[in-house]
Design a protein around this ligand. Sequence first.
Ligand SMILES: Nc1ncnc2c1ncn2[C@@H]1O[C@H](COP(=O)(O)OP(=O)(O)OP(=O)(O)O)[C@@H](O)[C@H]1O
Length: 257
Amino acid sequence: MLLSVDNLTVRIGGRAIIDNVGFSVGHGELVGLIGPNGAGKTTLLKACLGLTRASGNVHVMDTPLARMTPLQRARAIAYLPQEHEIAWAVAVRHVVGLGRQPWRECSAFGDYAGGQIIARAMERMGVDTLADRRADTLSGGERARVLIARTLAQATPLLVADEPVAGLDPAHQIALMEVFGSLLREGRSVVCSLHDLGLAARWCTRLVMLAQGHIIADGPPSSVLTPQNLRQVYGVEAFFGHANGGPVVMPTGLSEK
Ligand SMILES: Nc1ncnc2c1ncn2[C@@H]1O[C@H](COP(=O)(O)OP(=O)(O)OP(=O)(O)O)[C@@H](O)[C@H]1O
């Protein structure tokens, strides 16, 4: 397993924000973490990375997270935080290049493949044409894509992304899900939180549905995105259909209270 989580609990101010959660991620999976605002998605992702104090067990590639050094963690998991901020007045290529930092001293020759990996990451995210632009002058969507390119340059088996499609237009949202799909074919895996149920239904190989710190459902999108679950967890009614060779799920209104 790339990631396995057992009995994970995060308490803040006496409240269990994440309550005894367990799930695992194997190779070649695109796991969508879904759930309403405040469900605990960001807290769960941070706890999986050791960025939030938690009780329970997290293993990354069968090693307890607590026993991994920061460098081992950085070579195993890339993380895209929810906030897409770039404060530095440096070129885009240097921001993306930060993803290579964990690999700088991996051989006597240094990170000799790094330049190509950075170029490929920028190309994959369609930011190669922005390579020499000052990163702090980009639009919100451009900035988001540059930060995703940085995580791709990290070339880790697992990518954890908190709302990676936020701020992206429809074409870039689909392009990103296709990039994630291409990572799966390389045997890598992605765990990402999503609010767009349509993207979750169409692109994720598995969904984990969270509400009030508990996992409500975990399985293929068709078994998680049911009318009952959407009503119970989000309080919405939805249209379910098929188009262009894949499922379509679109919230259409609030459920009756
Ligand atoms: N440091 C903190 N102190 C107090 N409460 C916190 C803290 N961090 C998170 N919370 C609370 O924990 C709950 C879960 O927050 P979290 O950010 O994990 O939710 P989320 O599912 O990612 O939400 P969203 O979809 O709105 O981003 C929320 O009620 C939030 O207010």
